[in-house]
Ligand binder design. Structure first.
Ligand SMILES: *Cc1c(COP(=O)(O)O)cnc(C)c1O
Length: 350
């Protein structure tokens, strides 16, 4: 039985073409700024995103932390969504390592921040208060269902930030999914931000790496924080080569993942007891399963060769490179038979 791994787009493996690009990469010591392939990736990423400069980092977590440290001083407050990855899934690094205070503002079902609530979270100048240092957005929004923030959503927050002279950072781990979904150049989505992190190691299919983009001055400073965080890598061009290959060849195909997510969602929605939570906008499909203990349900699916996670009272399926339409249909068929055989057997708590 073929295993269908829907746990995350991080499980993608480099294609043979990508591996060849890695094997052939021209290398140097990137801590000295001498790796030509890293330099080419950084230039390409900056120009694609419409920013002056870019920095290859080890992970999205490191890119976001380096960005927060660069934008803020110790003791500053960072306005983030209450369901954001940075607040919930990055080990509290901004506070533990950066002395920053994370100030949560409610995410709506679409992953947006309400401008009125953001305004209310900003601190007036007063000796009693921490300074507000930064606003963080997430696009696509992971926990809200791979939801897309459009240009109006971003512009509203940008206007507020400008009124208060605050920088905006986008955690754009899956920003290319947002751009492909909206069918606009990614540069238009990130024009509203001072800095942005995106992941090479998710839907773009690279083995390792993320990229932080911003102004030249910002990236120079972020480079120091990357080194402090242990992210100064030497012949990193071997990883950057995968990134260059991905930016050339793996962006447009995200549309296939999103189409497969839509196909999965439509088929799942027809199964009694399953409800989409919410309907997918990109490559993340979240759904609830009535009458089952979710951990037991995930174990039953694993026995049927379907790997996935339960998260926040829902099951999450992620489509990605290596998952074809036929795999999605097969996964739904296996899930359907688990449901049919298991009614009443796996009630919550059993
Ligand atoms: C995956 C992810 C990250 C972190 O990326 P890592 O490379 O796993 O550290 C940050 N933000 C979002 C929204 C993510 O989905």
């Amino acid at each position: 039985m073929r295993t269908i791994d829907l746990r995350s787009d991080t499980v993608t493996l480099p294609s043979s073409e990508m591996r060849k690009a890695m094997a052939d990469a021209e290398l140097g010591d990137d801590v000295f700024g001498e790796d030509p392939t890293v330099n080419r990736l950084q230039e390409m990423a900056a120009s694609l995103l419409g920013k002056e400069a870019a920095l290859l980092v080890t992970s999205g977590t490191q890119g976001n932390l380096a960005a927060l440290l660069t934008h803020c001083r110790r003791g500053d407050e960072v306005i983030v969504g209450h369901l954001s990855h940075t607040l919930n899934f990055e080990v509290g690094g901004a506070s533990a390592l950066g002395g920053l205070i994370m100030k949560a503002v409610r995410n709506d079902a679409n992953g947006r921040l309400n401008p009125g609530e953001v305004r209310a979270a900003m601190r007036p100048s007063d000796d009693h208060f921490a300074r507000t240092g930064l606003i963080c957005l997430e696009n696509t929004h992971n926990f809200c269902g791979g939801t897309v923030l459009g240009e109006e959503d971003l512009a509203a927050v940008r206007d507020l930030a400008d009124d208060h002279h605050l920088p905006v950072h986008i955690d754009g781990a899956r920003i290319f999914n947002a751009a492909v979904s909206l069918n606009i150049p990614v540069s238009r989505l990130v024009a509203f931000a001072d800095s942005i992190t995106f992941c090479l190691s998710k839907g773009l299919g690279c083995p390792v790496g993320s990229v932080l983009c911003g102004s030249r001055e910002f990236i120079e400073e972020a480079r120091r924080y990357r080194k402090m965080l242990g992210g100064g890598m030497r012949q990193a061009g071997i990883l950057a080569a995968a990134g260059l290959y991905a930016l050339d060849n793996m962006v447009e195909r995200l549309a296939e993942d999103q189409e497969n997510a839509r196909i999965a969602a439509e088929a799942l929605a027809e199964i009694p007891g399953i409800a989409l939570a919410p309907p997918p906008q990109t490559n993340l499909v979240y759904f609830t399963v009535e009458g089952w203990d979710l951990a037991a349900f995930v174990r039953r699916l694993a026995e049927e060769g379907i790997l996935c996670f339960d998260e926040g009272g829902r099951i999450r399926w992620v489509t990605h490179f290596g998952i074809e339409r036929a795999d999605v249909e097969e996964a739904v068929a296996r899930l359907r038979s688990v449901m049919a055989a298991g009614i009443g057997l796996h009630r919550a708590g059993v």
